[in-house]
Design a protein around this ligand. Structure first.
Ligand code: BES
Ligand code: ZN
Length: 481
């Protein structure tokens, strides 16, 4: 093993003799990975600073390639940063989930079942093959850009076919890659300023020093998955009340560049995103369970909600999926870009990490490895369940309440008092919504018993939403006089 690494290192080093310093770039990565690289290829990487488990590095493209090689073994990666300052400020930032809050409820059984019936596995297969046939979708090659232009046309045609005038599709041009991302917007009828977003990456890469990167699983599968999910929403005449966006990112493979720029812009414009779900690698059935929720760089209450969705629609008979959890060990895909901006993100993945498709980043990442799109279809269903249940009408009115004997929530003198001691071990968060479903107060890491001052709330009805650490949700109406 060591020998193989040494041989490939020699090749990389030889190539890098001709590489220019101007190709080097800043990035953040796990401290351990940075140190290992520095030891193996000292001429290709400088560690500029370390903080906690992270490091800021300045590195060459060949160091990046070597990292990609290794992700098949133990999962390091890096996040591209456009400047030294950006890299430093990103590791100094503390991440707090703030603006994106909503009560996750499951009420849309009927609509979801209707949409799921319309799913067509052949569409997913056809789309994966269509993308694989570009040969490569490397971000700085013409094929990468062409794939984006063509996807925009495909999505536009789809919206037009179903007569959707509430849908628009745009190319998003980037600073750090010539390839554009593609964004479809389905404008919400009731809360157009609240967003739920799903995405995947359109670019592909190879670690074999050639441009033979069909990227069928990584990540044509994700793009095909979300496309079929949206198509079925259109066919079922689903009109969201919150705005839905579907994103196909450029340049994920060189350090989350496309999603990084978009998430940063949304965050600096204070865009209110209720939740984000990433679909990257959905079609390789490599583990015992169907879906693995990645638990690092993601939000636990959103992961809990996706589990509840699977449970609920298993029970309703819509499908039978099993799920588990896994770690990526690093911000390994675009969900990390959103998570890093403080948004709620989740990443349901095709297998347990390590049992995922071993052919990614090679010429063998083709549809024929799976031979069917059955696995991706499960993710398309989960995507529909997520979108319908989060972009629906105000789900807060008419909520069912958990038996009140189990907990205490009451208001006295403009203060909310709560006590969950007999109900659960601990609670994750308490969020207070107004009757329109807007989060007014959000408190994380609460104790089981405590109080929240409500003096600044105007009179009316509010909903107190409590997420417990075992993924249960308690909703309680309160009245402020
Ligand atoms: N789809 C992969 C991420 C992945 C690979 C997740 C294997 C789980 C198992 C993604 O396209 C990728 O290659 N990511 C890079 C990191 C990124 C920040 C450049 C990686 O993991 O090296
Ligand atoms: Zn990849």
């Amino acid at each position: 093993m060591k020998k193989i690494i040494l041989i490939s290192l020699t090749i990389l080093l030889n190539i890098s003799v001709f590489a220019q310093d101007s190709d080097w770039f800043y990035a953040t990565m796990a401290r351990l990975d940075a140190r290992e690289l520095k030891e193996d290829i000292p001429g290709e990487i400088d560690i500029l600073t370390e903080k906690g488990y992270e490091a800021v590095v300045f590195m060459s493209p060949s160091a990046a390639e070597l990292l990609h090689d290794r992700i098949l073994v133990h999962g390091p990666g890096y996040i591209f940063k456009s400047s030294y300052d950006e890299a430093i400020s990103s590791i100094n930032k503390t991440i707090t989930t703030t603006s994106s809050r909503m009560a996750f409820t499951i009420t849309e059984d009927e609509k979801v079942s209707e949409v799921l019936e319309l799913m067509n596995v052949q569409n997913i297969e056809d789309h994966i093959l269509e993308l694989e046939n570009y040969g490569t979708r490397y971000h700085n090659l013409a094929q990468g850009t062409q794939a984006a232009i063509d996807l925009k046309a495909k999505w536009e045609a789809m919206a037009a076919f179903y007569g959707r005038t509430d849908v628009s599709v745009r190319l998003y041009n980037h600073n750090n890659t010539p390839m554009p991302s593609v964004i479809m917007t389905i404008t919400g009828a009731q809360f157009p300023d609240e967003f739920v977003i799903v995405g995947g990456h359109l670019d592909s890469t190879s670690n074999q020093g050639n441009n033979d990167a069909p990227g069928a699983d990584d990540d044509a599968s994700g793009i095909a998955t979300i496309t079929e999910a949206v198509r079925t929403l259109f066919e079922a005449d689903f009109f969201p009340q919150r705005t839905i966006e579907i994103m196909a990112y450029a340049a994920e493979e060189i350090g989350l560049v496309g999603s990084g720029e978009i998430a940063q812009e949304y965050s600096s414009n204070n865009v209110n995103i209720s939740a984000y779900v990433q679909f990257d690698m959905t079609n390789y059935n490599g583990s015992a369970n169907d879906v693995y929720l990645i638990t690092d760089f993601t939000n636990s209450s959103l992961n809990g909600f996706l589990m509840q969705l699977i449970d609920h629609y298993n029970a309703s008979g819509a499908h039978q999926f099993t799920y588990g959890t896994s770690l990526c060990n690093y911000g390994c895909s675009d969900h990390a870009s959103w998570y890093n901006e403080g948004y709620m993100a989740a990443f349901p993945f095709e297998a347990s990490f390590g049992q995922h498709n071993p052919n990614i980043h090679t010429a063998n990442d083709t549809f024929s490895i799976s031979g069917t799109a059955d696995h991706a279809l499960k993710f398309a269903k989960l995507c529909v369940e997520f979108l319908v249940e989060t972009a629906k009408h105000d789900g807060l009115v008419g909520i069912t309440e958990v038996s009140e004997e189990l907990y205490e929530i009451y208001t006295l003198n403009n203060t909310l008092y709560y006590n969950f001691d007999t109900y659960v071990e601990s609670i994750d968060s308490i969020v207070i919504y107004d009757i329109g479903g807007r989060a007014i107060i959000a408190v994380d890491d609460t104790k089981n018993e405590g109080s929240i001052t409500l003096t600044h709330l105007s009179s009316g009805i509010y909903i107190v939403n409590v997420q417990t650490t075992n993924s249960e949700v308690v909703n309680k109406k309160i009245m402020i006089e």
